[in-house]
Design a protein around this ligand. Structure first.
Ligand code: URA
Length: 296
C-alpha cells in the first residue's frame, strides 16, 4: 500500500557539513530516537553509550562516521539521513504506529521498512483525511508541534446546516472551548463547486463547506469549534500543514518532501530555541501529540 509518487529526495544527504562532528543530543534527535530535550534526558539518565562508555555530559560530541552510539544497548545510527514525507491520509485509519487493540493504522500506508523510525507529526482523527507529515527527525517534529511555532494548518470542513459568512465570526474572534479560548481562526465559506473540486465531494442539502486555518493543535479542535457554533463537522480534510500540501497525491499515497519543503519547515520553526520545552511526552518518543482523538 505504501506507494511513492514522487522521486524527490526528502533525505538529508550525508554531507560533511551536516554530520561531522555533532553534539550527541542532536545526533540522537536526527536519528529519530527522541527530541533534543528527550535525548538530553536519556543522556543524563545514563542510558546512552558512545564506544561502550556511558556519556552524561550534555556538551559531548560524536563523529557519526566512526563512533558507535547505543541507547539502552541498542545501536543507533543516522542511516541514510533523516527522512521527511507527506501522506494523503485516508479515512478510517488511526494515526499511530502501533495500536495495541489491533485497529487499522497509518502504518501500511508509509514506507516504514525503508525508513525505520518514521513517525507521524501530530495526529489526525480517524475520520479526518488529508495532509499528515511523517519524519524521522525528532527535533524538527518537536519544533513543528510546539505551540510557539504557530504553524498554520488549513482544513476543509463540511458542516451541517446552511451557513452565512457572519456565522463564522465567533471562530474569527477566538471562540471559547471547554479547555480555554481558541486563537482566532481564518475562515471563509467555500462554494459547492469549489468543495466538489477541491476535496470534499458533493454537498448535500442542509450542508455547507468552510475553509478554516488554525495555528493551534488542540484535541479535535476544529470539530469542537464548529460544534460550538452549532454546525457540527460531517467531513474534515486537512489541505495543508504550513507550506506542505497533498496536491496531486491520491488518497492513501505518500511522497517525499523536497529539500526546499524541508528547508521551509525548518525556517518556520527557526525562532524556537533548542532547550525550550518539548510539547511531546517527556521521553521524547511520541511526536504524535497534536490534535486528534484516537478512539473516535
Ligand atoms: N481538528 C479536528 O477536530 N480533527 C482533526 O483530525 C484535526 C483537527
Amino acid at each position: 500500500m505504501a506507494s511513492e509518487t514522487n522521486g524527490t529526495s526528502g533525505i538529508d544527504g550525508p554531507t560533511e557539513e551536516r554530520i561531522v562532528p555533532m553534539r550527541l543530543q542532536k545526533f540522537l534527535a536526527r536519528a529519530g530516537v527522541a527530541s533534543r530535550r528527550g535525548s538530553e534526558d536519556l543522556m543524563t539518565a545514563g542510558r546512552v553509550r558512545v564506544n561502550g562508555e556511558v556519556v552524561t555530559e550534555l556538551g559531548s560530541k560524536v563523529d557519526p562516521r566512526v563512533d558507535v552510539v547505543e541507547v539502552d544497548g541498542v545501536r543507533v545510527s543516522l542511516g541514510e539521513g533523516a527522512a521527511y514525507l507527506v501522506l494523503n491520509k485516508p479515512e478510517n485509519v488511526i494515526t499511530t504506529m502501533d495500536d495495541p487493540e489491533g485497529r487499522p493504522t497509518v502504518v501500511p500506508y508509509v514506507p516504514v521498512d525503508r525508513f525505520p523510525g518514521l513517525f507521524p507529526v501530530g495526529r489526525l482523527d480517524r475520520d479526518t483525511t488529508g495532509v499528515l507529515l511523517f519524519m524521522t527527525d525528532g527535533d524538527l517534529a518537536a519544533r513543528l508541534l510546539h505551540p510557539s511555532s504557530h504553524v498554520t494548518k488549513t482544513y476543509h470542513a463540511v458542516v451541517r446546516g446552511e451557513l452565512y459568512d457572519e456565522d463564522l465570526d465567533p471562530l474569527r474572534d477566538g471562540i471559547e472551548l471547554d479547555d480555554g479560548p481558541c486563537v482566532p481562526a481564518i475562515c471563509r465559506l467555500v462554494s459547492a463547486d469549489e468543495a466538489y473540486d477541491v476535496t470534499l465531494g458533493r454537498l448535500r442539502r442542509d450542508e455547507s463547506a468552510v475553509e478554516i486555518t488554525i495555528t493551534e493543535g488542540r484535541k479535535r479542535e476544529v470539530k469542537r469549534m464548529f460544534s460550538a457554533i452549532h454546525h457540527p463537522v460531517l467531513e474534515l480534510n486537512r489541505v495543508s500543514f504550513g507550506p506542505i500540501t497533498a496536491r496531486g497525491l491520491d488518497v492513501g499515497a505518500w511522497r517525499l518532501l523536497t529539500a526546499d519543503e524541508v528547508g521551509k519547515l525548518r525556517a518556520l520553526t527557526a525562532s524556537y530555541h533548542v532547550g525550550d520545552r518539548n510539547p511531546s511526552r517527556d521521553d521524547g518518543h511520541d511526536f504524535a501529540g497534536e490534535g486528534a482523538d484516537h478512539d473516535e
